[in-house]
Ligand binder design. Structure first.
Ligand code: ATP
Ligand code: MG
Length: 236
């Protein structure tokens, strides 16, 4: 079976000459469909850059990214927009909700941009994250954990094949963070959504099928976890 994600010799250099930063310096990785992968590494090691390049938010300066068999370099601007919109869910550290839209509007605006998902999908995504009774709340009237669950609902309403999370629980307390991770875990196990989650926490990494360690723009270790731990039992 075709891997969900394949990168080959992936490079991303920012700037030129003396000030050039090699944010990605030859990343070769394959992620199987349905895998839950955690990416660990020190600040500045290239984790966000890797997610952005895999998600088509940023373009590499060398090497290739294939997602579900499609080389992203073969897509034109419209094709890349369609890829991001229809196939990739993003969850960021700071929720990125639109403050002037309610929970359901925040989900719908993204769902409706992508093909075929609308009000019904938005509602069921919010129900799936346990917010079926908060559809009409504005972000300011939701706790941090609830806002992050809206962000997860927004990412899953379009039934993405790939979900990319950049410190999705970085701004949450332990209990709330565990709830959000439990939710991601369930979506991975039940819906088979391939997930790449960046975290600073070695404890969170225990929930993964596989842990990639990054340093200086490279993957320096790639560990398979034979017995992933349920998010609900993690302490950090
Ligand atoms: N737009 C940019 N312009 C210039 N340099 C950049 C840019 N984005 C990232 N970098 C540099 O690339 C390197 C990798 O950055 P990246 O954001 O991927 O790290 P990270 O592993 O996500 O770090 P953190 O854990 O702090 O979020 C860093 O040295 C960073 O300064
Ligand atoms: Mg980062």
């Amino acid at each position: 079976m075709e891997p969900a994600v394949t990168t080959t010799g992936l490079e991303r250099v920012f700037g030129e000459g003396d000030i050039a930063v090699r944010a990605l310096d030859g990343v070769d990785v394959e992620v199987a469909a349905g895998e839950l992968v955690v990416i660990l590494g020190p600040s500045g090691s290239g984790k966000t850059t890797l997610l952005n390049v895999i998600g088509g938010i940023d373009a590499p300066t060398g090497g290739t990214v294939r997602v579900d068999g499609v080389d992203l370099a073969d897509l034109d601007a419209d094709g890349l927009t369609a890829f991001r919109r229809d196939h990739v869910g993003f969850v960021f550290q700071f929720f990125n909700l639109i403050p002037t839209l309610t929970a359901i509007e925040n989900v719908r605006i993204i769902a409706e941009l992508s093909s075929g998902a609308g009000a019904a999908e938005s509602r069921s995504a919010l129900e799936a994250v346990g917010l079926g009774n908060r559809l009409d709340n504005f972000p300011a009237g939701l706790s941090g954990g609830e806002q992050q669950r809206v962000a997860v609902a927004r990412a899953i309403a379009k039934a993405p094949r790939l979900l990319l999370g950049d410190e999705p629980t970085g701004a949450l307390d332990l209990e709330t963070g565990r709830q959000v991770l439990g939710l991601l875990e369930r979506l991975n196990r039940e819906q088979g959504i391939t997930m790449l989650l960046v975290t600073h926490s070695a404890v969170i990494a225990r929930m993964a099928d596989r842990v990639l360690h990054m340093r200086d723009g490279r993957i320096v270790a790639d560990e398979r976890n034979e017995s992933p731990q349920p998010a609900a039992g993690l302490e950090w």
